[in-house]
Write a protein that binds this ligand. Structure first.
Ligand SMILES: [Cu+2]
Length: 120
C-alpha cells in the first residue's frame, strides 16, 4: 500500500511540476544587454578619466577604443584582462565580471585610470 501511495505521489508531483514549468520566467541572468564603453586616447590624455560606470555582474562589457597610437588596457578583475589596441578605432573582445565590487580599467602606458567599473 505504501508503495502505491508513493508512486501516486510521484505522478502527482511530476504533473504539478510540468504545469508550473510553463509559467516560469526566463533566466534573466543570461539576457543582460552588452554595456559598451567608448574610450578615446589622444596624446597623454584619455577620456573617460576615472569615471564610475555601473555594470551588472555577468553583463557583457565591450570597450570601443579610439586611439592615436597603439597601446594596452588592463582590466583589474580576477582573473585580469589585458587588451591590445591599434591606432584608429578598435572594438575589443567583450568580457564579463562575475563578482560584485570595484574593478579598475587602466592604461599603464599613461598611468591613468580610465574607468572604475562598479559591478553590482
Ligand atoms: Cu594593470
Amino acid at each position: 500500500m505504501r508503495r502505491v501511495l508513493a508512486a501516486l505521489a510521484l505522478v502527482v508531483c511530476s504533473v504539478a511540476l510540468a504545469g508550473c514549468g510553463d509559467d516560469e520566467p526566463a533566466d534573466n541572468g543570461k539576457d543582460l544587454p552588452t554595456k559598451t564603453i567608448e574610450i578615446t586616447f589622444e596624446g597623454d590624455s584619455v577620456t573617460p578619466n576615472g569615471d564610475r560606470v555601473d555594470v551588472q555582474a555577468g553583463q557583457p562589457i565591450e570597450l570601443v577604443v579610439k586611439a592615436d597610437v597603439a597601446g594596452e588596457i588592463h582590466v583589474h578583475s580576477d582573473p585580469e584582462h589585458e587588451f591590445e589596441y591599434g591606432s584608429g578605432t578598435t572594438t575589443l573582445k567583450s568580457f564579463t565580471i562575475d563578482k560584485p565590487g570595484i574593478v579598475e580599467v587602466e592604461s599603464h602606458g599613461l598611468e591613468k585610470t580610465i574607468v572604475q567599473l562598479e559591478v553590482k
